[in-house]
Design a protein. Structure first.
Ligand code: ATP
Ligand code: MG
Length: 412
Protein backbone atom coordinates (compact mmCIF):
# COMPACT_ATOMS: atom_id res chain seq x y z
CA UNK A 1 0.00 0.00 0.00
CA UNK A 2 1.31 3.46 -0.83
CA UNK A 3 1.09 5.76 2.14
CA UNK A 4 2.79 8.79 0.61
CA UNK A 5 2.24 10.05 -2.84
CA UNK A 6 3.30 13.30 -4.44
CA UNK A 7 0.40 15.71 -4.66
CA UNK A 8 1.05 18.34 -7.24
CA UNK A 9 -2.38 19.55 -8.25
CA UNK A 10 -2.25 22.86 -6.36
CA UNK A 11 1.34 23.99 -5.83
CA UNK A 12 4.01 24.53 -8.43
CA UNK A 13 6.55 25.16 -5.64
CA UNK A 14 5.21 25.80 -2.16
CA UNK A 15 8.68 26.67 -0.82
CA UNK A 16 8.21 30.05 -2.44
CA UNK A 17 5.69 30.84 0.32
CA UNK A 18 8.00 29.85 3.16
CA UNK A 19 9.81 32.41 5.26
CA UNK A 20 13.33 31.44 4.27
CA UNK A 21 12.69 31.87 0.54
CA UNK A 22 14.77 34.67 -0.93
CA UNK A 23 12.72 36.60 -3.50
CA UNK A 24 14.51 37.66 -6.69
CA UNK A 25 12.98 41.10 -6.48
CA UNK A 26 11.36 43.14 -3.77
CA UNK A 27 8.11 45.01 -4.26
CA UNK A 28 6.92 48.26 -2.73
CA UNK A 29 10.15 49.14 -0.96
CA UNK A 30 11.73 51.46 -3.53
CA UNK A 31 12.24 54.36 -1.15
CA UNK A 32 13.68 52.20 1.62
CA UNK A 33 15.94 50.40 -0.86
CA UNK A 34 17.21 53.70 -2.19
CA UNK A 35 17.98 55.01 1.27
CA UNK A 36 19.54 51.75 2.43
CA UNK A 37 21.70 51.59 -0.70
CA UNK A 38 22.92 55.13 -0.05
CA UNK A 39 23.86 54.16 3.51
CA UNK A 40 25.88 51.23 2.17
CA UNK A 41 27.59 53.26 -0.57
CA UNK A 42 30.76 53.99 1.51
CA UNK A 43 31.49 50.26 1.47
CA UNK A 44 31.82 50.24 -2.32
CA UNK A 45 33.86 53.43 -2.15
CA UNK A 46 36.28 51.69 0.17
CA UNK A 47 35.68 54.10 3.03
CA UNK A 48 34.52 53.48 6.58
CA UNK A 49 31.09 51.75 6.53
CA UNK A 50 28.24 53.40 8.41
CA UNK A 51 26.51 51.56 11.21
CA UNK A 52 22.86 51.20 10.38
CA UNK A 53 19.88 50.56 12.60
CA UNK A 54 16.77 49.15 10.96
CA UNK A 55 13.46 48.95 12.74
CA UNK A 56 9.84 48.20 11.97
CA UNK A 57 7.13 45.76 12.97
CA UNK A 58 7.22 42.07 12.23
CA UNK A 59 6.91 40.84 8.62
CA UNK A 60 7.61 44.17 6.91
CA UNK A 61 10.68 43.01 4.97
CA UNK A 62 13.59 44.03 7.21
CA UNK A 63 15.40 40.70 6.91
CA UNK A 64 14.45 40.12 3.27
CA UNK A 65 15.61 43.58 2.14
CA UNK A 66 18.85 43.31 4.10
CA UNK A 67 19.77 39.92 2.67
CA UNK A 68 18.87 41.11 -0.82
CA UNK A 69 21.13 44.17 -0.57
CA UNK A 70 24.06 42.29 0.97
CA UNK A 71 23.90 39.72 -1.81
CA UNK A 72 24.14 42.50 -4.37
CA UNK A 73 26.79 44.36 -2.43
CA UNK A 74 29.09 41.33 -2.29
CA UNK A 75 28.49 40.62 -5.97
CA UNK A 76 29.00 44.20 -7.17
CA UNK A 77 32.14 44.62 -5.07
CA UNK A 78 33.86 41.92 -7.12
CA UNK A 79 34.35 44.32 -10.02
CA UNK A 80 36.87 46.33 -7.96
CA UNK A 81 40.26 44.65 -7.50
CA UNK A 82 41.24 46.83 -4.57
CA UNK A 83 38.11 45.98 -2.58
CA UNK A 84 37.16 42.96 -0.51
CA UNK A 85 33.74 42.92 1.10
CA UNK A 86 32.79 40.23 3.60
CA UNK A 87 29.27 40.08 4.98
CA UNK A 88 28.15 38.09 8.00
CA UNK A 89 24.55 37.53 8.95
CA UNK A 90 23.68 36.50 12.52
CA UNK A 91 20.24 36.09 14.00
CA UNK A 92 20.60 36.86 17.69
CA UNK A 93 17.51 34.95 18.78
CA UNK A 94 19.71 32.30 20.40
CA UNK A 95 22.62 34.62 21.14
CA UNK A 96 21.49 36.29 24.31
CA UNK A 97 24.75 37.89 25.44
CA UNK A 98 27.78 39.66 23.99
CA UNK A 99 29.81 36.59 24.83
CA UNK A 100 27.60 34.32 22.72
CA UNK A 101 27.68 36.75 19.80
CA UNK A 102 31.48 37.08 19.95
CA UNK A 103 31.98 33.29 20.04
CA UNK A 104 29.56 32.87 17.16
CA UNK A 105 31.42 35.47 15.11
CA UNK A 106 34.82 33.87 15.77
CA UNK A 107 33.42 30.50 14.72
CA UNK A 108 31.82 31.94 11.61
CA UNK A 109 35.25 33.10 10.46
CA UNK A 110 37.07 29.89 11.40
CA UNK A 111 37.36 26.50 9.76
CA UNK A 112 35.21 23.75 11.32
CA UNK A 113 38.30 22.15 12.87
CA UNK A 114 39.29 25.37 14.67
CA UNK A 115 36.00 26.25 16.33
CA UNK A 116 36.06 27.48 19.91
CA UNK A 117 33.65 26.26 22.56
CA UNK A 118 30.75 28.35 23.84
CA UNK A 119 32.03 28.48 27.39
CA UNK A 120 35.27 28.59 29.28
CA UNK A 121 37.07 31.70 28.02
CA UNK A 122 37.09 35.09 29.66
CA UNK A 123 35.15 37.58 27.51
CA UNK A 124 38.31 39.56 26.76
CA UNK A 125 40.04 36.47 25.41
CA UNK A 126 37.14 35.91 23.00
CA UNK A 127 37.33 39.54 21.88
CA UNK A 128 41.09 39.13 21.25
CA UNK A 129 40.37 36.12 19.05
CA UNK A 130 37.68 38.08 17.24
CA UNK A 131 40.02 41.02 16.52
CA UNK A 132 42.61 38.59 15.18
CA UNK A 133 40.07 36.97 12.84
CA UNK A 134 38.80 40.32 11.61
CA UNK A 135 42.30 41.56 10.91
CA UNK A 136 43.10 38.44 8.98
CA UNK A 137 40.04 38.84 6.75
CA UNK A 138 40.74 42.53 6.29
CA UNK A 139 38.88 44.87 3.97
CA UNK A 140 35.27 45.77 4.56
CA UNK A 141 33.42 43.55 6.99
CA UNK A 142 29.68 44.09 7.41
CA UNK A 143 28.09 42.33 10.33
CA UNK A 144 24.31 42.03 10.46
CA UNK A 145 22.85 41.45 13.91
CA UNK A 146 19.22 40.57 13.22
CA UNK A 147 16.80 40.64 16.17
CA UNK A 148 19.59 42.48 18.00
CA UNK A 149 17.34 43.17 21.01
CA UNK A 150 17.80 39.53 22.09
CA UNK A 151 21.36 40.35 23.14
CA UNK A 152 19.80 42.06 26.13
CA UNK A 153 21.57 44.27 28.65
CA UNK A 154 24.88 42.51 28.29
CA UNK A 155 25.60 44.46 25.11
CA UNK A 156 29.29 45.41 25.33
CA UNK A 157 29.82 43.92 21.89
CA UNK A 158 27.70 46.69 20.40
CA UNK A 159 30.17 49.13 21.88
CA UNK A 160 33.37 47.18 21.19
CA UNK A 161 32.85 46.16 17.58
CA UNK A 162 32.26 49.58 16.02
CA UNK A 163 35.19 51.03 18.00
CA UNK A 164 37.64 48.19 17.46
CA UNK A 165 39.51 50.09 14.79
CA UNK A 166 39.66 53.47 16.50
CA UNK A 167 40.71 51.69 19.70
CA UNK A 168 43.55 50.11 17.71
CA UNK A 169 42.39 46.56 18.27
CA UNK A 170 42.36 45.96 14.55
CA UNK A 171 44.26 47.51 11.72
CA UNK A 172 43.37 45.85 8.43
CA UNK A 173 39.59 45.64 8.59
CA UNK A 174 36.86 48.26 8.60
CA UNK A 175 33.73 47.12 10.40
CA UNK A 176 30.13 48.16 9.82
CA UNK A 177 27.25 46.94 11.97
CA UNK A 178 23.67 46.59 10.79
CA UNK A 179 21.33 46.13 13.75
CA UNK A 180 17.73 45.05 13.10
CA UNK A 181 14.86 45.05 15.58
CA UNK A 182 11.08 45.03 15.79
CA UNK A 183 11.13 46.16 19.41
CA UNK A 184 10.45 49.89 19.30
CA UNK A 185 11.47 50.37 22.89
CA UNK A 186 14.86 48.74 22.35
CA UNK A 187 16.55 51.93 21.23
CA UNK A 188 15.49 53.85 24.30
CA UNK A 189 16.98 51.18 26.53
CA UNK A 190 20.43 51.39 24.96
CA UNK A 191 23.33 53.02 26.71
CA UNK A 192 23.69 56.47 25.03
CA UNK A 193 27.21 55.62 23.85
CA UNK A 194 25.96 52.43 22.19
CA UNK A 195 22.95 54.23 20.74
CA UNK A 196 25.15 56.90 19.20
CA UNK A 197 27.28 54.42 17.30
CA UNK A 198 24.77 51.68 16.50
CA UNK A 199 22.14 54.13 15.28
CA UNK A 200 24.49 56.27 13.21
CA UNK A 201 22.10 55.86 10.28
CA UNK A 202 18.48 54.84 10.79
CA UNK A 203 15.83 53.28 8.64
CA UNK A 204 12.21 52.66 9.50
CA UNK A 205 10.09 50.14 7.59
CA UNK A 206 6.37 50.95 7.95
CA UNK A 207 3.66 48.24 7.77
CA UNK A 208 2.27 47.45 4.30
CA UNK A 209 -1.20 48.53 3.26
CA UNK A 210 -3.63 46.24 1.41
CA UNK A 211 -2.54 47.36 -2.08
CA UNK A 212 1.12 46.85 -1.35
CA UNK A 213 0.45 43.45 0.14
CA UNK A 214 -1.61 42.46 -2.86
CA UNK A 215 1.26 43.28 -5.16
CA UNK A 216 3.78 41.34 -3.03
CA UNK A 217 1.48 38.34 -2.72
CA UNK A 218 0.62 38.27 -6.42
CA UNK A 219 4.30 37.95 -7.39
CA UNK A 220 4.79 35.09 -4.97
CA UNK A 221 1.53 33.35 -5.81
CA UNK A 222 2.45 33.29 -9.51
CA UNK A 223 5.54 31.22 -8.65
CA UNK A 224 4.02 29.12 -5.89
CA UNK A 225 0.77 27.92 -7.46
CA UNK A 226 -0.10 26.16 -10.69
CA UNK A 227 -1.76 28.35 -13.29
CA UNK A 228 -5.45 29.00 -12.82
CA UNK A 229 -5.60 27.40 -9.38
CA UNK A 230 -6.39 30.57 -7.42
CA UNK A 231 -9.85 32.05 -7.75
CA UNK A 232 -9.73 35.76 -8.44
CA UNK A 233 -10.51 37.04 -4.96
CA UNK A 234 -8.05 34.81 -3.06
CA UNK A 235 -4.99 37.07 -3.18
CA UNK A 236 -6.89 40.33 -2.53
CA UNK A 237 -8.59 38.71 0.46
CA UNK A 238 -5.30 37.46 1.95
CA UNK A 239 -3.88 40.96 1.44
CA UNK A 240 -6.91 42.59 3.05
CA UNK A 241 -6.81 40.32 6.11
CA UNK A 242 -3.08 40.88 6.61
CA UNK A 243 -3.46 44.64 6.16
CA UNK A 244 -6.31 44.80 8.69
CA UNK A 245 -4.17 43.04 11.23
CA UNK A 246 -0.50 44.03 11.29
CA UNK A 247 0.37 44.88 7.70
CA UNK A 248 2.79 41.97 7.67
CA UNK A 249 3.77 40.29 4.40
CA UNK A 250 4.59 37.13 6.35
CA UNK A 251 1.02 36.96 7.59
CA UNK A 252 -0.32 37.28 4.03
CA UNK A 253 2.04 34.58 2.76
CA UNK A 254 1.11 32.26 5.63
CA UNK A 255 -2.57 32.69 4.75
CA UNK A 256 -1.95 31.85 1.10
CA UNK A 257 0.05 28.77 2.04
CA UNK A 258 -2.52 27.54 4.53
CA UNK A 259 -5.40 28.15 2.09
CA UNK A 260 -3.57 26.20 -0.62
CA UNK A 261 -2.82 23.43 1.82
CA UNK A 262 -6.49 23.15 2.82
CA UNK A 263 -7.48 22.81 -0.84
CA UNK A 264 -4.80 20.18 -1.34
CA UNK A 265 -5.80 18.14 1.69
CA UNK A 266 -9.40 18.10 0.52
CA UNK A 267 -8.55 17.40 -3.10
CA UNK A 268 -10.42 20.53 -4.12
CA UNK A 269 -9.64 21.58 -7.68
CA UNK A 270 -9.13 25.31 -6.96
CA UNK A 271 -8.35 27.55 -4.01
CA UNK A 272 -11.34 29.71 -3.07
CA UNK A 273 -12.25 32.59 -0.79
CA UNK A 274 -13.72 30.05 1.64
CA UNK A 275 -10.36 28.33 1.95
CA UNK A 276 -8.81 31.68 2.86
CA UNK A 277 -11.43 32.38 5.53
CA UNK A 278 -10.96 28.97 7.03
CA UNK A 279 -7.18 29.30 6.86
CA UNK A 280 -7.44 32.57 8.73
CA UNK A 281 -9.34 30.89 11.56
CA UNK A 282 -6.90 28.01 11.70
CA UNK A 283 -3.86 30.29 11.88
CA UNK A 284 -5.50 32.45 14.51
CA UNK A 285 -6.24 29.39 16.59
CA UNK A 286 -2.63 28.27 16.28
CA UNK A 287 -1.41 31.70 17.28
CA UNK A 288 -3.59 31.79 20.39
CA UNK A 289 -2.55 28.27 21.31
CA UNK A 290 1.09 29.23 20.95
CA UNK A 291 0.83 32.30 23.13
CA UNK A 292 -1.41 30.54 25.63
CA UNK A 293 1.23 27.92 26.25
CA UNK A 294 3.19 30.63 28.01
CA UNK A 295 0.36 31.43 30.43
CA UNK A 296 -0.14 30.07 33.92
CA UNK A 297 -3.46 28.55 34.99
CA UNK A 298 -4.51 31.94 36.40
CA UNK A 299 -3.78 33.45 33.00
CA UNK A 300 -6.06 30.84 31.47
CA UNK A 301 -8.76 31.60 34.02
CA UNK A 302 -8.43 35.31 33.29
CA UNK A 303 -9.08 34.67 29.61
CA UNK A 304 -11.95 32.37 30.48
CA UNK A 305 -13.40 35.14 32.64
CA UNK A 306 -13.39 37.51 29.67
CA UNK A 307 -14.93 34.88 27.39
CA UNK A 308 -17.61 34.09 29.96
CA UNK A 309 -18.45 37.74 30.56
CA UNK A 310 -18.71 38.24 26.80
CA UNK A 311 -21.02 35.28 26.35
CA UNK A 312 -23.22 36.12 29.35
CA UNK A 313 -23.93 39.66 28.18
CA UNK A 314 -22.35 40.88 24.93
CA UNK A 315 -24.11 44.22 25.32
CA UNK A 316 -21.70 45.01 28.18
CA UNK A 317 -18.59 44.86 25.98
CA UNK A 318 -16.04 46.35 26.73
CA UNK A 319 -15.64 45.33 30.36
CA UNK A 320 -14.08 47.06 33.29
CA UNK A 321 -11.67 45.21 35.51
CA UNK A 322 -14.10 44.81 38.40
CA UNK A 323 -16.73 43.01 36.28
CA UNK A 324 -14.08 40.60 35.01
CA UNK A 325 -12.54 40.14 38.43
CA UNK A 326 -15.81 38.90 39.90
CA UNK A 327 -16.19 36.47 37.03
CA UNK A 328 -12.61 35.31 37.54
CA UNK A 329 -13.08 34.76 41.28
CA UNK A 330 -16.09 32.51 40.63
CA UNK A 331 -14.11 30.49 38.10
CA UNK A 332 -11.11 30.14 40.42
CA UNK A 333 -13.34 28.83 43.20
CA UNK A 334 -15.09 26.45 40.79
CA UNK A 335 -11.72 24.98 39.81
CA UNK A 336 -10.48 24.73 43.42
CA UNK A 337 -7.92 27.50 43.20
CA UNK A 338 -7.30 30.42 45.52
CA UNK A 339 -8.19 33.56 43.56
CA UNK A 340 -5.34 36.02 43.07
CA UNK A 341 -5.58 39.54 44.44
CA UNK A 342 -6.83 42.41 42.28
CA UNK A 343 -3.37 43.65 41.33
CA UNK A 344 -2.11 40.25 40.20
CA UNK A 345 -5.33 39.80 38.24
CA UNK A 346 -4.72 43.17 36.60
CA UNK A 347 -1.26 41.95 35.54
CA UNK A 348 -2.80 38.94 33.83
CA UNK A 349 -5.17 41.22 31.92
CA UNK A 350 -2.19 43.33 30.88
CA UNK A 351 -0.28 40.27 29.72
CA UNK A 352 -3.20 39.00 27.63
CA UNK A 353 -3.46 42.45 26.06
CA UNK A 354 0.22 42.45 25.25
CA UNK A 355 -0.16 39.06 23.56
CA UNK A 356 -2.92 40.50 21.38
CA UNK A 357 -5.55 38.19 22.85
CA UNK A 358 -7.38 41.03 24.56
CA UNK A 359 -7.86 44.58 23.42
CA UNK A 360 -7.28 47.14 26.13
CA UNK A 361 -8.53 50.72 25.87
CA UNK A 362 -7.60 53.50 28.22
CA UNK A 363 -10.48 55.67 29.42
CA UNK A 364 -10.10 59.02 31.01
CA UNK A 365 -13.14 60.25 32.87
CA UNK A 366 -11.55 63.58 33.54
CA UNK A 367 -11.66 65.27 36.89
CA UNK A 368 -12.70 62.92 39.67
CA UNK A 369 -13.40 59.99 37.36
CA UNK A 370 -9.79 59.04 36.99
CA UNK A 371 -8.15 56.79 34.44
CA UNK A 372 -9.16 53.19 33.96
CA UNK A 373 -8.96 50.45 31.35
CA UNK A 374 -11.63 48.56 29.47
CA UNK A 375 -11.10 45.13 27.99
CA UNK A 376 -12.61 43.02 25.26
CA UNK A 377 -11.62 39.88 23.52
CA UNK A 378 -9.55 40.53 20.39
CA UNK A 379 -9.56 37.04 18.84
CA UNK A 380 -12.52 35.04 17.53
CA UNK A 381 -14.52 33.61 20.45
CA UNK A 382 -14.50 30.25 18.71
CA UNK A 383 -10.70 30.08 18.66
CA UNK A 384 -10.43 31.13 22.32
CA UNK A 385 -13.07 28.57 23.32
CA UNK A 386 -11.44 25.68 21.46
CA UNK A 387 -8.10 26.45 23.05
CA UNK A 388 -9.59 26.68 26.54
CA UNK A 389 -11.59 23.47 26.03
CA UNK A 390 -8.33 21.58 25.60
CA UNK A 391 -6.96 22.58 29.00
CA UNK A 392 -7.11 20.28 32.01
CA UNK A 393 -9.02 22.71 34.17
CA UNK A 394 -11.91 22.74 31.73
CA UNK A 395 -12.89 19.27 33.01
CA UNK A 396 -14.14 20.98 36.16
CA UNK A 397 -16.22 23.51 34.25
CA UNK A 398 -19.27 23.32 32.08
CA UNK A 399 -17.60 24.32 28.83
CA UNK A 400 -20.37 22.77 26.80
CA UNK A 401 -23.02 25.17 28.08
CA UNK A 402 -20.63 28.05 27.57
CA UNK A 403 -20.20 27.10 23.92
CA UNK A 404 -23.95 26.62 23.57
CA UNK A 405 -24.60 30.07 25.04
CA UNK A 406 -22.00 31.61 22.74
CA UNK A 407 -23.79 30.06 19.81
CA UNK A 408 -27.19 31.29 21.04
CA UNK A 409 -25.76 34.80 21.28
CA UNK A 410 -24.56 34.55 17.68
CA UNK A 411 -20.91 34.83 18.72
CA UNK A 412 -19.61 31.75 16.91
N1 ATP B 1 8.76 44.02 -0.21
C1 ATP B 1 8.71 42.70 -0.28
N2 ATP B 1 8.69 42.06 -1.47
C2 ATP B 1 8.64 40.72 -1.49
N3 ATP B 1 8.57 39.93 -0.42
C3 ATP B 1 8.58 40.52 0.80
C4 ATP B 1 8.64 41.93 0.93
N4 ATP B 1 8.61 42.24 2.24
C5 ATP B 1 8.53 41.08 2.90
N5 ATP B 1 8.52 40.03 2.06
C6 ATP B 1 8.42 38.62 2.44
O1 ATP B 1 7.65 38.55 3.62
C7 ATP B 1 8.21 37.64 4.57
C8 ATP B 1 8.58 38.36 5.84
O2 ATP B 1 9.57 39.35 5.59
P1 ATP B 1 10.85 39.51 6.55
O3 ATP B 1 11.27 38.18 7.08
O4 ATP B 1 11.86 40.31 5.83
O5 ATP B 1 10.20 40.36 7.72
P2 ATP B 1 10.93 41.10 8.96
O6 ATP B 1 10.62 42.54 8.84
O7 ATP B 1 12.34 40.67 9.03
O8 ATP B 1 10.09 40.50 10.17
P3 ATP B 1 10.60 40.10 11.66
O9 ATP B 1 10.72 41.37 12.43
O10 ATP B 1 9.48 39.24 12.19
O11 ATP B 1 11.89 39.34 11.51
C9 ATP B 1 9.42 37.02 3.85
O12 ATP B 1 9.00 35.82 3.27
C10 ATP B 1 9.77 38.05 2.80
O13 ATP B 1 10.38 37.44 1.68
MG1 MG C 1 13.40 39.43 10.31
Amino acid sequence: MTLFERSEAIFEDENVLHDDYQPESLEERDEELEQYTAYLQPVINGSQPRNIFLYGKTGVGKTAVTKYLLRHLEEDAKQYDDLTVTTVYLNCEDLTSSYRVAVELVNTFREPSEQISRTGYPLNAVYEKLWAELDQIGGMVLIVLDEVDYIGDDDSILYQLPRARSNEKIEHARIGIIGISNDFKYREKLDPRVEDTLCERELHFPPYDANELQNILEKRAALAFKDGILEGDVVPLCAAFAAQDKGSARQGLDLLLEAGDLARRRNDPVVTEDHVREAKQLLEKQRIEESMKELTSHGHLTLLAVVTATVVDPSQIPFQKQQLYEQYQDLAVATNRDPLGGRAFHNHLAELSMLGILDRTKRNEGRGGGIYYEYEIDVPIDAALSTLEHLHMSDELDMESLRQNAENQGLL
